[in-house]
Design a protein around this ligand. Sequence first.
Ligand SMILES: [Zn+2]
Length: 336
Amino acid sequence: MKAAVFDGETVKLKEVSEPQILDSQVLIKVKAVGICGTDIAIIKGDLPTPTPIILGHEFSGEIVQVGSNVDKSWLGKRVTSEINTNIDFDCYYCQRGLYTQCISRKPIGIDVDGALAEFIAVESYLIHEIPRELSFEEATFIEPLAAAYQTFVMMPLNRDDKNIAIFGLGKLGLLLVQVAINEGLKVIVVDGSDKKLALAKKFGADHLINRKSCLNIPEEIKKHTNNLGADIVVDTSGNPDALNNIVNSCRTRGKIHAKSTHGLDVPINLTDIVVREITVYSSRCGPFELAIKGLKTGKIQVKDLISKIYPLSGIEEAFNSYEKDKNNIKTIIKFE
Ligand SMILES: [Zn+2]
């Protein structure tokens, strides 16, 4: 089969052998894969992975084969998959139901072969059926949307949490805008792309700040938050320069939430965090059930987030053009 293989230097389309499923696995014929900032971080060397590796972890497809221990009714189903495989169901975290933090976990497309291939073998405990209402392309948003929901799983809101400032309007930021609005928060967004800011406004964001033309972002945010700073400030930008703006934009006793997984090593004003008793949160993979429900009910819109669609044969161009176009939100690889 054809697969997009990262060899430690570049991603190339190669002929590789089809995966053989274990008794506990299903074989998925891949239909769509979303390119993620994490994939870019891997290619740039910011996030080390074993090589060679097939990338791709935001994906959807159809089950074409099931292992002997898997319910046969899964055959033919349209599915997506969670990404943390190799779960031991036994460690400290698994005993507490925290499978995404299992000490044995290996993320698909990051530590083990991913979905930028014609077929992928996946443990049956990871799969979720895609509702009829969703296309395969829309279903590639389930994984990142689950991560957006996880923001509020890890950081429960209290009565003083009225507003949120979101730095960075990539795919995750624009999903988070919608989740935050559904949570009843006033939303302030910061990005360098007018096109992305306009999209955030379309989704219902209250205040737009273009970081390229705004001379003092924290002061601008204070204007919209009773001169206090935002109750919650989230970084989805992956931009080291944004970090101290984020601290300065947060009110005393407010919350900062880190969402970027770009392998960044960044300086941050810890003293200001301590003195103003700001709480720092972070979150990663989230509940697929919430994400599927959000998409199925139409509470979360993703069609506008699809910027480019390539066939698998266009994978090299898809990666090459990903970062050049600052208005690009989500590139999808669509299979026949
Ligand atoms: Zn475990």
